[in-house]
Design a protein around this ligand. Sequence first.
Ligand code: ZN
Length: 402
Amino acid sequence: MFEKTDEMKVLRDPVHGYIHVDLQVIWECINSSWFQRLRRIRQLGGANMVYHCAEHTRFAHSLGVYEIVRRMVTEVPDIARTLQEDEKAAVMIAGLLHDIGHGPYSHAFESVIGTSHEKYTCRIIEEDTEITQILEKAKKGLAREVADIIRHRHANPLLCQMISSQLDADRMDYLLRDAYFTGAAYGAFDLERILRTLRIIGSQLAVKQSGVYAVENYIMARYHMYWQVYYHPTARSYEYIIHTLFRRLMDLGETDDPSVIELLKPVASHRELTLQEYFALDEQSCGYGFESLTKHSDPILRDIAVRIRDRRLFEFADSSPAFNRRKRAQLKKQGYDLKYYWGRDTVQQTPYIPYSGEKDSAVWVAMKDGTVQELSNASNIVYSLIHGPANDDNKVFFPSGE
Ligand code: ZN
């Protein structure tokens, strides 16, 4: 049995009202230095360059995911009945820690250092002295169990689905939270209704047929948020320029330029980062590091660092062979090194992926007639969305003709 806190801890949250904590192990995880580090990492890579209030952090999102999981295991009768107390604690902790390995600037950083936040998440849970100790003190083997839920390898597939599937606590929190902080109203959906209609069929999370409208709304919210917020070309332009800065820093390798501060040196040297080095890299420390790079002797690195500081982002245009040829020739003539001053990026979004053999991956609906249907068979809206033409966006990024 897990130790309780001396009183119920409540944290105010604009999305959920309150976050409720009454397990000591969860309270200790929240107060650990790795979890507190998430206060220094924003939730949205580049969207704050477009939506100026989108400054919310991974810290707030992680608490929100935890709260949705907590409500699932206490308020959804099927789940509350089916799971053991140990499993409930493990899945709540997995919700809390699922993003603990996120680095600064989301995918822009990951794509350069060639690793994924999932890998660091599991390393921190299983290898960091502080987090691992908190978990192992609460229950022997808990660190492994939590990491297994996040890796989708836990013996009980239900726990993995709650954290990561097409209808999971992670997506539900980030859609609501990102909609709230960007002001983009399309991201809102009826979380209460979804929780109320959740069921377990076999070992599978499902919704009652009467919850289908709320799920349709959630799928549409996701579709709109992708195009309006996550894939906004200006946000992508910012991510590209951050990516370019790290790439130039790595291409220059280890130098004795005094503007490269200590914490950026391991990145410049292409080494795999130790957990300690990774810990030091958050958006505040990198922001300081970038400011210092505005005095670097290399003109490209210096220029990119100034652009980031002053938000002089690259322009964007739809990619086409004729435009690209003309623009690239013009940039070359102006003396730009196209390795760093020409970016290309295609994004595609599938609002819902129908069943394709992996039962875990689809959303299932418990129909009134007693049958179980896959969401795209139970909803005309979802059916039309996935059978329509694929939506993609192909952009190029380049400095404007300043
Ligand atoms: Zn997340």
